[in-house]
Design a protein around this ligand. Structure first.
Ligand code: PLP
Length: 239
């Protein structure tokens, strides 16, 4: 999309993206013997303007995700009339942004350390809210993508579960940058089953993006975070 793309054309682009993703999800469900209503499609609107969020909403999207607090706050203000739109926060979250994120996020996918849990809890209490959080697990050793080491997951879950204003809703994982995602997603699913044995309410499994959503559905994902396949290729230098 160029800045000059007329709104009607942009609506068509997003409609086509959504239709393709819905078709892929239907196919993945059929292949995995799962029901479509077990899955939540989260449209990752980061880098795209608020006008795209409005178009997506008009096309039926009710879950969007952002990965930068400042961008999320500005975008939300522009579509404040969409009262039943749910906001997800994905990607690495700095502790000093956590209080702000806790005022609006319905589901934070990237809890990966105790300090962040405490900051989110404080923000939620101050805002008089309950914030659902997913613990992000590091599925490979690549640095800089966030996520707690699987061995440290249990302690973090215990701590987060005791903090007021937070609800541990499940796990999130990113496929490794190299190689097929199947083993990493299977490991994530195992961890999710084990987490639910101690925290039965932690039923969310956020896995799968544009490139690997079929593998994620096969591995038991409940939430798919899909940006490119819905909105197109992000061009960060232009926006
Ligand atoms: C951007 C982003 C996505 C969406 O990625 P696509 O490949 O564009 O579908 C999913 N999850 C996280 C954490 C992201 O930052």
């Amino acid at each position: 999309m160029s800045p000059a793309t007329p709104a009607a054309d942009r609506r068509d682009e997003i409609a086509a993206g959504l239709a393709t993703v819905q078709q892929r999800l239907a196919g993945a469900c059929a292949a995995a013997g799962r029901r479509r209503d077990e899955l939540v499609l989260v449209a990752v609107s980061k880098t795209w303007p608020a006008s795209d969020v409005l178009l997506a909403y008009d096309l039926g999207v009710r879950e969007v995700a952002e990965n930068k607090d400042q961008e999320a706050v500005a975008k939300r203000a522009k579509v404040a009339e969409l009262a039943d739109l749910r906001w997800h926060f994905v990607g690495q979250l700095q502790t000093n942004k956590a209080r702000s994120v806790a005022t609006y996020a319905d589901l934070v996918h990237s809890l990966d350390r105790t300090r962040l849990a405490r900051a989110l809890s404080e923000g939620a209490i101050r805002a008089g809210r309950e914030v659902d959080v997913l613990i992000q697990v590091a599925l490979d050793d690549s640095q800089g993508r966030g996520g707690v080491d699987p061995d440290a997951l249990w302690g973090l879950a215990e701590t987060a579960a005791t903090l007021p204003g937070l609800r541990v809703a499940g796990l999130m994982g990113l496929a490794p940058l190299q190689g097929p995602p199947v083993r990493a997603f299977a490991r994530l699913h195992e961890l999710s089953v084990r987490l639910q044995s101690e925290h039965p309410e932690a039923t969310v499994l956020s896995a799968g993006m544009s490139a690997d959503l079929e593998d994620a559905v096969a591995a038991g994902a409940t939430h798919l975070r899909v940006g490119t396949a819905v909105f197109g290729h992000r061009r960060p230098t232009l926006r």
